[in-house]
Design a protein around this ligand. Structure first.
Ligand SMILES: *Cc1c(COP(=O)(O)O)cnc(C)c1O
Length: 397
């Protein structure tokens, strides 16, 4: 996920447009800004690229999830089903609204297992939140069927899979709402930033107001605007949006390079007996930001991960026990360590995460290694890396 690998003149030009006018805010100051509306421009371009009616830019991916949930009317006591393998933003955004995160198992797609989702539904369930981790997606068709059957909102976290598709649609545009992060390590970056996309006019209007203190954005006098409901401040600045505009232009080139590098690594590992790959649901195409594979046992996987690092192969991740992308690393969540009190709904409805059985997730995660795909590698560097990875893994298993 390499946006920062290609920061250059295009980004500087966009940021300079903003600096020369001095209008760092996305709203108002019409006379001073010489027609520069970087956030608005980004929103139009991003909605177009993603094939949706609406895009709302916000200050981070975590803010995008929070705004998306709030826009769909999710609040205290509503249950949101999410996976055990994700980024902490999933439960942070749910808890921020007083809603209740319900964690369920993943399968060999490394994302939500539709069967586990169906089993977790209660009368309080409002939303299913698949997280398309490490470049590939959940079985969105199966999840959509479940959501339609039970009247639930399907909210895609596509922060790590921008540009991937499912049944021909860009990830994030398949469900009711889709969220993206443009933080510094994502495929394209604003420095900090996030986005919500949707085809739902009501959710889009809610998002527009909610992320700016409930302002209705009607008319040209910000002070005179009305506030149909309470909001918050999750606004992006013009400076961040300007960086993103330049990066968005580079997205398709990045995806192409990722696919080329991914393919070289995959072809090398395919020849190693015992290596299998993460399942991509039928109808899906990855964004190729990671190559994710399984080894036969937990012990062999840990040995291989250690050997890869000793052989100088960087950016290979073993999420299972040394990283906070998996439930094993969330000691603070499992023991509900928060600065203030939780609401009674959260206290009463949350699972005991220390005793819930996630052995199905463990069975996949303990055997998973993910290699980041960089675009700065030369072809020789990728081929050398492929050769070393192949030999190291073959010698371990
Ligand atoms: C990065 C990320 C987020 C949050 O994005 P920030 O912009 O860092 O707040 C949410 N979900 C996933 C899967 C992510 O990788």
């Amino acid at each position: 996920m390499p946006g920062f690998e290609i920061f250059g003149a295009e980004e500087r030009k966009q940021v300079n447009d903003v600096l020369e006018m001095g209008v760092l805010m996305r709203y108002g100051f019409d006379g001073m800004r010489n027609n520069h509306w970087k956030a608005k421009e980004f929103e139009l371009a991003f909605a177009k690229r993603m094939g949706t009616e609406y895009c709302q830019l916000v200050s981070s991916g975590t803010a995008a999830l929070t705004v998306a949930l709030a826009s769909a009317g999710i609040g205290a006591g509503d249950e949101v089903i999410m996976p055990t393998f994700t980024f902490v933003a999933s439960f942070e955004s749910i808890l921020a609204l007083g809603a209740v995160p319900i964690l369920v198992d993943i399968d060999d797609t490394l994302t939500l297992d539709p069967k586990a989702v169906e089993e977790a539904i209660t009368p309080k369930t409002k939303c299913v939140m698949p997280v398309h981790m490490c470049g590939s997606m959940a079985n969105l068709r199966a999840l959509k069927v479940i959501c339609e059957k039970h009247g639930l909102i399907l909210l895609e976290d596509a922060c790590q899979a921008i540009g991937g598709t499912f049944e021909g649609k860009p990830l994030g545009s398949y469900g009711d709402l889709g969220c993206f992060s443009f933080d510094y390590v994502k495929t394209i970056t604003c420095g900090e930033g996030g986005g919500v996309i949707t085809n739902n006019e009501r959710y889009a209007l809610h998002a527009d107001h909610y992320q700016d203190h409930g302002h209705d954005h009607v008319g040209k006098d910000r002070g005179a605007e009305t506030h149909p409901f309470l909001g918050y401040n999750f606004r992006i600045s013009e400076l961040n949006a300007a960086v993103g505009l330049a990066q968005l232009e580079k997205l398709d080139g990045i995806l192409k390079m990722q696919k080329e590098n991914y393919t070289i690594l995959r072809e090398a590992l395919q020849s190693v007996e015992g290596v299998t790959f993460r399942r991509v649901p039928e109808g899906g195409e990855e964004n190729y930001s990671f190559l994710n594979f399984f080894l036969p046992t937990e012990v062999l996987t840990q040995k291989a991960h250690k050997a890869l690092s000793e052989a100088g192969v960087d950016a290979c991740f073993y999420w299972y026990n040394n990283n906070w992308h998996y439930i094993n690393g969330w000691e603070h969540l499992r023991n509900l360590k928060s600065l203030g009190n939780f609401s009674s709904e959260v206290k009463n409805q949350m699972q005991d995460l220390n005793t819930t059985d996630f052995s199905k997730s463990d069975a996949w995660m303990s055997r998973t290694i993910s290699s980041l795909i960089k675009i700065g590698w030369t072809e020789k560097q990728v081929r050398d890396r492929a050769e070393v990875m192949k030999n190291v893994i073959a010698s371990v298993i």
